[in-house]
Design a protein around this ligand. Structure first.
Ligand code: DOR
Ligand code: ZN
Length: 364
């Protein structure tokens, strides 16, 4: 098949970036890097420096410079609409984080109504994005209901679909919106009804492969914990149905999000797990389970996102290559070791998804 694209990946920075980059670049052609670093990426200058850091963070063995890297800006209260208006070609998206609902979201938006209320900075940012045809990627979750009461984590996305997304779309009718890492039946239903040239969604392999029983079997499993959380089987099935329909507005976004083992196995487990070591293999498994390992898989992985984000396959010296996937099991044997950024004599481990277990497909 053609080399796929990943429209939602956390490359991180420092030595973690050096560990992650070769894994991602071996598998994916276009990639969209997420901006929730510390501090978050809110200027074009930093976005460009980040793109450079990704390019230089790994040896050339995977043809680094020939792979198109796109970066997103973080929709913080401090993001200046002028930055969006002046964004360079490689800034392909603005990422919305509801404050406090996921990793490094503290600088995100505290009141989602800012997105549809004239006169706020966030509203101006979305107007600038619509004008410039830059996609706004939404972490589609609300933290509170209309009465200010904290929502149950499992209700955050349904609430956003019912209350926030329609208002954002009404306020910005020309804006291109991607609802990221859809996790619920309500999200899937919303897409089936309203998805099209201006609205689409990314799906992760983990939301297609797992359901809530897998997260709690025998006890809580921190290495199966993300935000949005894995929901009950009815929701997983709705996402599988959506993926299996072969619709043009549904695409691959792995949300590979590595953390140190210590942060995962701690008093407050960090949300996110590394998927990059099997970034496409896990999707092959999910689509194979759905009997959808055909054109639907290739469109989902290689075409739909590229069309939505308005990128081409490349020019003659920079053509999208092919990859070869084989139905051949392999075992994820070891954690990944990363040298500490501040103390070069120390290192830490990152536990990849399915450590100690098998993956059904191999990239050869
Ligand atoms: O599980 C998650 N991890 N969800 C996000 O939205 C952020 C990500 C991260 O950066 O670790
Ligand atoms: Zn993410």
């Amino acid at each position: 098949m053609s080399m796929p694209d990943d429209w939602h990946v956390h490359y991180r920075d420092g030595n973690m970036l050096r560990m992650v980059t070769p894994l991602v670049r071996k598998r994916f052609w276009h990639t969209l890097a997420m901006p929730n670093l510390d501090p978050p990426i809110v200027t074009n200058e930093r976005a460009s420096a980040y793109k450079e850091a990704i390019h230089t963070s790994s040896p050339d063995e995977h043809d680094m410079y020939n792979k198109p890297t796109h970066v997103s800006l973080y929709l913080a209260e401090t993001l200046d609409p002028q930055e969006v208006a002046n964004a360079p070609e490689h800034v392909k998206a603005i990422k919305y984080y509801p404050a406090g609902l996921t990793t490094n979201s503290e600088k995100g938006i505290t009141d989602p109504s800012a997105l549809w209320t004239r006169g706020t900075r966030a509203h101006e940012v979305l107007c600038a994005a619509a004008e410039k045809k830059i996609v706004v990627c939404l972490h589609a979750a609300d933290g509170k209901n209309a009465h200010g009461v904290e929502l149950d984590p499992y209700d955050q996305e349904p609430h956003f679909m019912a209350e926030s997304l329609p208002r954002i779309r009404d306020a910005h009718p020309k804006l291109k919106i991607s609802a990221e890492h859809l996790s619920t039946k309500q999200g899937a239903d919303y897409m089936l009804k309203h998805g099209g040239p201006l609205l689409g969604c990314s799906l992760t392999a983990h939301h297609l492969l797992l359901d809530r029983r897998d997260v709690f079997r025998g006890g809580f499993r921190p290495h199966r914990s993300w935000m949005p959380a894995i929901q009950s089987i009815e929701h997983t099935e709705a996402l599988r149905d959506l993926a299996g329909k072969g619709l043009p507005f549904v695409w691959l976004g792995s949300d590979s999000a590595p953390h140190s083992q210590a942060k995962k196995e701690s008093d407050c487990c960090a949300s996110g797990v590394m998927m990059a070591h099997a970034g496409i293999e896990l999707y092959a498994e999910a689509f194979d389970n759905m009997n959808a390992l055909d054109d639907r898989f290739e469109n989902f992985a290689c075409r739909n996102g590229a069309r939505f984000f308005n990128v081409t396959d490349g020019h003659k010296d920079k053509k999208r290559p092919s990859i070869h996937l084989q139905r051949l099991k392999w075992k994820v044997r070891k954690p990944f070791m990363v040298w500490n950024d501040t103390d070069e004599l120390q290192h830490y481990d990152v536990v990849p998804f399915r450590l100690g277990e098998e993956i059904e497909w191999t990239l050869s």
